[in-house]
Write a protein that binds this ligand. Structure first.
Ligand code: ADP
Ligand code: MG
Length: 701
């Protein structure tokens, strides 16, 4: 009985059908059209092609064709080329650690053939005619003679026709084409001496002539503006050559997408090297900006293992710490040897002496090794420098009690009601958000614009050396607007529920007392009834604007202004795709972008709310963000990304001096704004230190 039951429930083990094995392998490496393009172009490059033409139809889901002029495949080898685990690139286990080609696993063509209709047509130079072999969902034909020039043409039709789950996950042709373009970038940047073309639905997207100069290839891909500003670097040391082109920190981007790492001609990702890049630029770029870096490493294949990832996008270094420190050192030295003005902008700029003593190679070497040892102990995923309060104060600084306040829907409701009839939508919406910050009554279209007005006030103050701008003169819009705010929110002070800090603050703001200080032009410190609040001015303003923009956008597209002369900028193919794919979203926030020649985009309309923000940078960064979120269908998420960025760009910065009026307007908004305790990224806007805490620390209690 027992034996029977066991027999019944035990599943049978059987060998898998070869077609199924291939499908499983395809599952690993063939995710979408761009993965096919990667495998095929790698084969072309391995075959020594000097020219590669890639053609797509409908984002590659209907057709992917790769034509090369490489050494071709002999007739008798064609069946092997499409067979699994057949390769011309390695023969023994030792070869695995001495790889000089992009491919070596011998499974790409077999995998692709199992999930599509594949044809390989090839003619080696010593063969008079070409032969064509086809695979249809795994079924292989005999090679058939045909005419063709020397080289290889691989065609893939109906990708995933027999894997509906995968086919369903394909995005729009535009998006898939964007992924292919990015893939071509990775291949073409690493192989400038090969000519590339990319055509989609009959339209030429890329035409890259061969060149010996990497910079030229980058310029051909991303435009000459980027190409021209790149700083070259080249170092050969301890078996590792590091060549690179890096953009000055001022050209940094909103994503890490613009950081390209190549090892022996293969695009790779490497957390430790990404970390080294971040470290090298620490203090030179703001925390949410990422430098543009192209690094080309050449190493002995024995020094790393390329066979750790099915798509070979990661490698395992023999001595990862050393490589990391070498990359960090050469980047730092390159940056320090240049006069980069923003260097002194943040207090934690890298120490100027690390690895910057070209006159003393021995000391340089010692420093590098020390750095390597140090980095070995560092987990790259953890930020190395963390700012911590003194140990004794650590858990006494807690997020503000303000967050326990009820949000004030009545206030919001009132102000909306009061402003619904206002033709200047954003004026109304900013009655809360920044009216108190505005001083420009003479130009009513401007006065809702908190950040702009704030900046104006600030620069005016700085220029005139006059910190009291409430002079009752023509620019004194503060009075009426502030009154407007107070009237719209009569119960702001009367919030009996606002237990202590909020009420105290509000009273303070209205009293115009002298109890608020701006420290380091970054923090607002104020006394409350029972303690001290420390506010991050940027984080708070960011949150206030974010909430205002969000309320405003719920009521319809943001008001925008058409440009007489559109502002143009060089955009990556992915950015251009994003601009097309997200036209509706952009329209909602008052932005219109159009194509302007083969490489440029033009900003035709821009939200009036952001009039003091650099259009090009904002739109380019926003498109980068949208590229990052490609495939993200939730409009909510995209709107969040856009509003987030608008708020961040428009808000006062750390380091901006503020007038007292501006400070009070900010503080007043603080308790009228939802979630004011944290900025849109979740960082606290406010820390509180209570008198009790102080008493305890000083041993008074
Ligand atoms: P791998 O590249 O890992 O060897 P593939 O399945 O991609 O495996 O290709 C199998 C073999 O077919 C290659 O080893 C190569 O000899 C041959 N091959 C494929 N594509 C080309 C091409 N475009 N030109 C010349 N040979 C090719
Ligand atoms: Mg291959």
């Amino acid at each position: 009985m027992r034996t029977d039951a066991t027999t019944l429930s035990r599943p049978e083990i059987r060998p898998l059908d070869p077609a199924l094995i291939n499908k499983i392998a395809a599952g690993e490496v063939i995710e979408r059209p761009s993965s096919v393009v990667k495998e095929l172009v790698e084969n072309s490059l391995d075959a020594g092609a000097k020219r590669v033409d890639v053609t797509l139809e409908v984002g590659g889901s209907q057709l992917i064709r790769v034509v090369d002029d490489g050494h071709g495949i002999a007739r008798e080898h064609l069946p092997l080329a499409i067979a699994p685990h057949a390769t011309s690139k390695i023969a023994t286990a030792d070869d695995l650690f001495n790889i000089h080609t992009l491919g070596f696993r011998g499974e790409a063509l077999a995998s692709i053939g199992s999930v599509s209709q594949l044809s390989v047509r090839s003619r080696p130079a010593d063969q008079l005619e070409a032969f064509d072999i086809t695979v249809d969902g795994g079924a292989v034909s005999e090679p058939v003679a045909c005419g063709a020039p020397v080289g290889t043409t691989v065609e893939i039709r109906n990708l995933f026709f027999n894997v509906p789950a995968r086919r369903k996950f394909l995005r729009t042709p535009q998006t898939e084409c964007g992924h292919v373009t990015e893939q071509i970038a990775r291949l073409a940047l690493a192989h400038p001496q090969t000519a590339f073309t990319l055509t989609h639905n009959g339209r030429s997207l890329r035409n890259l002539p061969p060149t010996a100069d990497r910079r030229e290839r980058i310029a051909d891909f991303y435009g000459s503006e980027l190409g021209e500003c790149l700083i070259p670097l080249d170092r050969h040391e301890r078996g590792l050559r590091i060549e690179g082109l890096i953009a000055p920190p001022s050209h940094s981007k909103a994503t890490t997408k613009w950081q390209y790492l190549f090892l022996n001609g293969r695009h790779i990702t490497d957390r430790r090297l990404t970390y080294a890049i971040r470290e090298a630029f620490r203090g030179l770029v703001e925390h949410d900006r990422f430098p543009v870096v192209f690094l080309f490493l050449t190493a002995d294949p024995h020094d790393f293992d390329a066979n750790v990832h099915p798509t070979k996008i990661e490698v395992r270094w023999k001595d990862a710490g050393l490589v990391q420190s070498q990359v960090l050192a050469v980047l730092r030295e390159t940056l320090l040897s240049r006069n980069l003005t923003p260097r002194l902008r943040t207090p934690n700029a890298p120490p100027a002496d690390i690895g910057n003593r070209p006159s003393d190679p021995a000391a340089q070497q010692r420093a590098r090794e020390a750095l390597a040892n140090y980095l070995k102990r560092v987990d790259p995923t953890q930020p190395r420098l963390t700012f911590r309060a003194h140990p004794f104060a650590k858990d006494r600084l807690r997020p503000s009690i303000i967050e326990t306040l009820p949000s004030t829907p009545e206030d919001a409701g009132d102000s909306h009601a009061a402003n619904v009839g206002d033709a200047q939508g954003e004026r109304g919406m900013l009655a809360n958000g920044g009216a108190g910050l505005s001083r420009d009554a003479a130009q009513p279209t401007h006065d809702g614009v908190a950040p702009a007005a704030l900046n104006e006030a600030t620069s005016a103050d700085v220029a005139s050396g006059n910190s009291s701008n409430n002079d009752g003169g023509g620019s004194g819009a503060l009075g009426p607007n502030t009154a407007g705010v107070s009237a719209a929110t009569p119960n702001a002070e009367g919030q009996a529920v606002a237990p202590n800090a909020a009420a105290a603050l509000s009273a303070l703001a209205h009293a115009g007392g002298s109890d608020v200080m701006q420290l380091h032009n970054t923090y607002l410190v104020c006394q409350t009834e029972d303690g001290v609040l420390i506010i991050d001015q940027h984080a708070l303003h960011e949150r206030i604007l974010y909430e205002r923009f969000r309320e405003r956008i719920l009521r319809g597209p943001l008001e925008s202004q058409g440009m007489l002369l559109p502002e143009t900028f060089e955009a990556s193919p992915a950015q251009r795709e994003a601009a097309t794919a997200n036209a509706d979203l952009l329209d909602r926030i008052g932005i219109e972008v159009t194509e302007y020649g083969p490489k440029l985009l033009a900003v035709q309309r821009f939200p009036t709310l952001l009039r003091n923000v650099s259009m090009k940078t904002f739109v380019s960064d926003l498109l980068d963000k949208l590229v990052d979120n490609a495939g993200q269908t939730s409009e909510e998420t995209l709107i969040h990304a856009a509003l987030d960025m608008m708020a961040c760009k428009a808000a006062v910065k750390a380091g901006d001096p503020l007038s007292r009026e501006e400070i009070y307007a900010l503080l007043e908004q603080r308790h009228l704004t939802e979630r004011s305790s944290n900025c849109p990224h979740g960082r606290p806007t406010t820390l509180e230190l209570t008198t009790k805490d102080l008493e305890r620390q000083f041993g008074r209690a």
